[in-house]
Design a protein around this ligand. Structure first.
Ligand code: FES
Length: 119
């Protein structure tokens, strides 16, 4: 029997490497999960569209907690990606809401490529 598949708009990853954990990324991950649950943004809730997982080091060790997000970009027939450093809960919640809404992603604390679209 095939596993149930939950379609999603995007995937958020919160770094749980040692440097980010020293800056509170475990608490950030837990708070973001609670938020996705409470607001029904989590993929398994009715109308929810977001996945959230822990990740290994995202390469911004001196500026954690680090968060990256991937979402489908139908206009470009590709994948949009965004990377964030020094993430606190309000910023993580804004990123999550923007991914869910299909809105432009917040610009503050972004690092990495200017145009995050991969084709
Ligand atoms: S430990 Fe989080 S970016 Fe390296």
């Amino acid at each position: 029997m095939p596993a149930k598949y939950f379609p999603t708009h995007g995937h958020l990853l919160v770094c749980q490497g040692p440097n980010c954990q020293a800056r509170g990324s475990a608490l950030l991950h837990r708070a973001l999960w609670n938020h996705l649950e409470r607001t029904s943004l989590a993929y398994y809730k009715r109308g929810g569209t977001l996945r959230l997982t822990e990740s290994g080091c995202l390469g911004a060790c001196s500026y954690g907690p680090a968060l990256c997000v991937y979402r489908a970009d139908p206009a470009a027939a590709g994948l949009e990606e965004a990377w964030y450093a020094a993430v606190d809960f309000p910023l993580a919640a804004r990123v999550a809401q923007a991914v869910h809404d299909g809105a432009p992603l917040p610009a503050e604390h972004r690092y990495g490529p200017e145009d995050g679209t991969q084709r």
